[in-house]
Design a protein around this ligand. Structure first.
Ligand SMILES: *Cc1c(COP(=O)(O)O)cnc(C)c1O
Length: 448
């Protein structure tokens, strides 16, 4: 009998361990035939809920091109694929290896970069690749703090710490939501980091990459721009151009604003860094890698090459309209004191302190089929919860929502957060609004 007692994973909170144990016991009692049915039901119900019935404002997601999703189901990814195209160790790759060349070419064109490493499983691993290419264990690096939406992979608990890096905070100007460059220069001269990371999981305004690069040059450090969230907007030319502005490296996730399959990329104009990244990818950290994602990525990149500019502008227009609509209806939209706009990206931030905290508010509104999450904001802390809420417009933009639709979304959010209406009673109206949008926009129909 498998041990399903809650003591087996007692590092988890008790209610989580109990939840897992209860369902594990339930599945353990099912014959395989019943599990077949359960498998199909869970996938179908998930897709209906999240892809069809929810207004998905989660900043770190998107709806992919169905053609990309279909390619993920090919057997490409199960076939070992070792070494450079043209010199594969395993045989029979004469067709498949061409996909790698095609994707590299397209990514370099999209981001106007000289080199790309796409054999990267995720944005988190892309950051690890960047650390390995620039740092040795024991080196100091600088990264955005939690209050500036720094990512766990930049910090001690994530890839940076697991690789043995010592992490220091990038001083942040909360009035501008940008790097405090003068303070950065002072701290960096003292700490002498090997790497300075710019950007995090919420980017309301572009960062002063050129000034960070100037500081980095004074101390011989590298600059890494983490474009996990901003890949789609950067591709569309609607945010900033980190490599042109001075970043040595740009990493990214490919399933957020990028709108592709779950994967990662690292881009650079430096041949030295590119060679290191190539060797980290193979034979370093991958033997086989998932070529079905390479194929799906080709679809996503072609979408961005054709529609990226209009898509990126539409994401920003929706975010700005949503922020204004939320503000108008009495929601506490976060606006930094040194800015005259709420946002110039796809992200909108809310001050969650009057809504019981970011996690509590996200859980309260979930039964309304409106999805978003918490984030740390440079506001007074909330004990036991996050002080902010983060919203992203990239998915609703691909579903065809326009700035004129944002007042409808704001009204639904206000019914739960401001008027205290039960989320479940708002759900029919949220679903009715969502169902008005049935087609995915900014995607190519493909060769027919
Ligand atoms: C989401 C995110 C990542 C991690 O990306 P994954 O592809 O999910 O591993 C890295 N950095 C930042 C800033 C992120 O927001």
């Amino acid at each position: 009998m498998p041990d399903t007692s809650v003591t087996s994973n007692n590092w988890l909170p008790a209610e989580v361990a109990t939840f897992i144990a209860r369902h594990e016991a339930r599945y353990g009692a099912m014959p395989l035939l019943a599990l077949d049915g359960e498998l199909d039901r869970l996938v179908t119900d998930h897709e209906r809920l999240v892809d069809c019935d929810c207004i998905n404002l989660y900043a770190g997601t998107n709806i992919p091109n169905p053609r990309a999703t279909a390619l993920l189901g090919s057997t490409l990814g199960s076939r070992p694929n070792l070494g450079a195209p043209g010199a594969k160790y395993n045989k029979g790759m004469v067709h498949a290896e061409q996909l790698e060349i095609m994707l590299s070419m397209l990514l370099k064109k999209l981001f106007k970069a000289d080199f790309v490493e796409h054999r990267v499983g995720s944005g988190s691993l892309a950051n690890l690749y960047a650390y390995m290419a620039t740092c040795k264990p024991g080196d100091a690096i600088m990264a955005f703090s939690d209050a500036a939406a720094g990512h766990p992979t930049h910090h001690e608990i994530g890839a940076a710490g697991l690789y043995g890096l010592k992490v220091h905070e990038v001083p942040f100007d909360t009035a501008k939501m940008d790097v405090n460059v003068d303070a950065l220069r002072d701290v960096a001269k003292r700490i002498r980091p090997r790497l300075i990371i710019v950007a995090g999981s919420m980017c309301l305004f572009p960062y002063n990459v050129a000034a960070v690069r100037a500081v980095a040059d004074e101390i011989g450090a590298y600059v890494l721009y983490d474009a996990a969230h901003m890949g789609g907007l950067i591709a569309g030319g609607a945010f900033q151009r980190p490599l042109v502005e001075g970043a040595h490296l740009m990493t990214g996730s490919t399933y957020k604003s990028f709108g592709g399959p779950p994967s990662g990329v690292v881009l650079t104009n430096s041949p030295e860094l590119a060679e290191k990244l190539d060797k980290i990818a193979f034979p370093g950290l991958t033997a086989n890698f998932d070529l079905s994602r390479t194929a799906a990525m080709i679809v996503a990149v072609m979408d961005l090459l054709e529609f990226g500019s209009t898509y990126a502008k539409a994401c920003v227009a929706n975010a700005q309209a949503l922020a204004i609509a939320l503000d108008k209806i009495g929601i506490a939209v976060f606006k930094p004191s040194g800015r005259d706009q709420f946002t110039t990206s796809q992200h909108v931030a809310l001050d969650a302190r009057s809504y019981g905290g970011g996690n509590a508010a996200s859980a309260r509104i979930e039964p309304a089929n409106i999805l978003f999450t918490s984030i740390g904001l440079p506001l007074p802390a909330m004990p036991g919860d996050a002080n902010g809420i983060r919203i992203g417009t990239q998915e609703i933009t691909r579903w065809g929502f326009k700035p004129t639709d944002m007042a409808d979304i704001a009204a639904l959010i206000a019914r739960v957060l401001v008027k205290g209406e039960l989320a479940a009673s708002v759900r029919p109206d949220a679903m009715a609004l969502r169902h008005r949008f049935q087609d995915i926009h900014f995607i190519r129909k493909g060769a027919v």
